[in-house]
Design a protein around this ligand. Structure first.
Ligand SMILES: [Fe+2]
Length: 331
């Protein structure tokens, strides 16, 4: 187990009542924690966004923004979602816990706050934060590795980042839940991580690959899945990594899945991947205009490669949600 030095942890105490802030702050400071205070919801949110906070204690009823709102915003923002949040609520407000849970609160404390309960809660949450920070670091290492693959080919620079943004936008348009949108963001960045196992003379070969080389190249899907499998937080990303080269007619790899067997998130990534490849410069051709790119993709939908309904949705996203073709004329 970890031997904690509390002085390395920063606790945010947000409460509009000064005596409450002072009391909680005094108890926590006596235990060695660094404490910063906020007197309203806006200040609390700006501290959460700008400081390294290890645990946030939020009073529910505060001016400007309530503890609920601050919690909900922090938990729906990738950079702050791992900060443990405790809502401090009056005993006479039982519905607060339900509402708080809906906003993503990690825990609750009842007013008047009991000193021992507070310190026990904060102690366990700083440990949780330590573990999640390490998980975050593991993810960061994977993302950095994925970028080294992209860096090998100057023509793909920025590809994964754009892919990530397009895929999340398409996921939003399709009404996907947040966990799948997060998976799309990660999948965009990391789907080709298995290419680490592909020798450079194959990876960067300008001409067509031999059947043997193709086999090695195609294994990047399976190896990518193996690399990321140990991370629990990547469980929704694994299907994207494994299946991003499947085709609707079953002619893709590695499993020859057909139609709806290809996971929805993988079908989304395929569309954004091809779109980005067609609309950026390549060694063998210049970037294609949007309409030309979509015409090619519609042809490929007819050939049985991609999901046509997702392509239509993506066209709407790219064109700012304006339908480009009259109903019934799309492939
Ligand atoms: Fe790939």
């Amino acid at each position: 187990m970890y031997d904690f030095d509390n002085s390395s942890f920063t606790i945010l105490v947000a409460d509009d009542q000064e005596p409450n802030r002072e009391l909680l702050s005094a108890w926590l400071t006596a235990e060695g924690y660094q404490v910063i205070c906020a007197e309203d919801g806006d200040k609390a949110l700006s501290l959460i966004r700008s400081q390294e906070i290890d645990v946030a204690l939020l009073d529910v009823v505060m001016p400007h923004r309530t503890g609920f709102t601050v919690c909900q915003i922090a938990k729906s923002t990738p950079e702050t979602r791992l900060i443990p949040i405790v809502l401090v609520t009056g005993l006479d407000r039982p519905d607060d816990r339900v509402h708080g849970a809906m906003c993503g609160a990690d825990d609750f404390l009842s007013k008047p706050v009991n000193k021992h309960e507070l310190l026990a809660r904060v102690h366990s949450l700083v440990q949780l934060k330590q573990f999640t920070d390490e998980l975050d670091n593991a993810e960061t290492v994977l993302f950095s590795l994925a970028l080294t693959i992209e860096a090998k080919d100057p023509y793909t620079e920025g590809h994964c980042d754009r892919l990530s943004k397009y895929s999340v936008a398409l996921g939003e348009k399709l009404g996907l839940p947040q966990d799948l949108r997060v998976a799309l963001r990660r999948g965009g960045l990391i789907h080709d991580i298995g290419k680490l196992s592909v020798p450079e003379h194959i990876l960067l070969k300008p001409g067509p690959l031999t059947p043997e080389e193709r086999k090695i190249m195609e294994r990047h899907t399976v190896i990518g899945e193996e690399i990321c499998a140990p991370l629990r937080s990547f469980r929704h990303v694994l299907p994207i990594i494994r299946h991003h080269h499947e085709k609707q007619d079953g002619s893709g790899y590695p499993d020859g899945l057909k139609g709806a067997q290809v996971p929805l998130t993988a079908r989304i990534l395929q569309i954004t991947d091809i779109y980005d490849a067609l609309t950026t410069d390549r060694p063998y051709r210049k970037a294609l205009p949007l309409e030309k790119a979509f015409a090619i993709m519609r042809e490929e939908v007819k050939r049985g490669w991609w999901d046509g309904s997702i392509l239509n949705e993506f066209e709407a996203v790219v064109h700012g949600y304006e339908p480009v073709h009259p109903a019934g004329t799309r492939s």
